[in-house]
Design a protein around this ligand. Sequence first.
Ligand code: ADP
Ligand code: DP6
Ligand code: CO
Length: 357
Amino acid sequence: MSGSSTIYRSSTTAPVNIAVIKYWGKRDTALNLPTNSSLSVTLSQKSLRTHTTASCSESYSGPDSLILNGDKEDIQSSKRTQACLKHLRSLRQQLEAKDTSLPKLSKLTLRLVSANNFPTAAGLASSAAGFAALVRAIADLYELPQSPQELSLIARQGSGSACRSLMGGYVAWRAGTKEDGSDSLAEEVASVSHWPQMRALILVVSAEKKGVPSTAGMQTTVETSTLSPARFKDIVPKRMQDIEKAIQERDFETFARITMQDSNSFHAICLDSWPPIHYLNDVSRAAMNAVETANRKAGKLIAAYTFDAGPNAVIYYLEENAHKVAGVIKNILPWTSGWEGEFGEAIPPNEFGSLEQ
Ligand code: ADP
Ligand code: DP6
Ligand code: CO
């Protein structure tokens, strides 16, 4: 039984993912199609996560709304959020057309309430966890039968990196070749259990909102960087192949080298953009030095740094080298906030959906 006061509700959490081969450039800004494929590791939701509740009711009036971290977001003018909502509603409509006994949720106002338990818009992939959670919460509310891969097509339209947060372990976003974007989706290349020793350490250098949002920054790069065409066309496709092989073979040294090279390549095309985009600062560079020192001391690559669009470092290493990595970094970066706190802990990759709520 459902009266006009019934509130339909669904809550979910989604993890962040940190790319080792970076997405930085769109070939189609309307559909959010990338210039190149990318690959990431999905991190445990026990540390960093987005929690989102979606609800709808006949008693709700007015436009759809989103409260993010306690503040109202303007989703009416966000074409990308609107694209996600439209797509999810049309899938619900198809269900309602097939089974007329279903409540017509597709016609009701949606209210979304979301919170990130980590800094938003600071280069720690909040848009990835955020849109993955938004899409999952609404898909659950609408009882959609679509697979994570099908949902990744929708999340991609909200934020590119979000398509990779709908799966656990090692996840590729295939750039695809179709103009309509129907083959630009996420695919799990290896599960967490394939390489369970992998750990990520997050050093929060700054929790402040970045000066240049990812969407704007990558557009400047595509339009102005003279180095970027080579990255999109030759460099990244080769690295995708090599890093996937390294993951399959659990070859940490190759994984680490390519991860650091690709992070540096991404920040190089940022610097090569006009006006230049600076995401790294002196503490970031000290983190790079610390990792290089740890690797030199070990006589092999035991740690790999990577930086998204912000100064915060993510360091990948294997559990067996935890002490060596921590020792060097702790000595060199005593001022990094959160070392002893929630962001300083080792984060194993996430098996999606393993978090009990
Ligand atoms: P980040 O490096 O954190 O991903 P971006 O510049 O890519 O930064 O994206 C930040 C934007 O993503 C925010 O301004 C907001 O619009 C959106 N976002 C972040 N978290 C959420 C969330 N939980 N739900 C919906 N949108 C979110
Ligand atoms: C540096 O996915 O945030 O983190 O699609 O415009 O929302 P939009 O951009 P976004 O860009 C992520 C950039 C990156 C690299 C990566 O995650 O692959
Ligand atoms: Co983002």
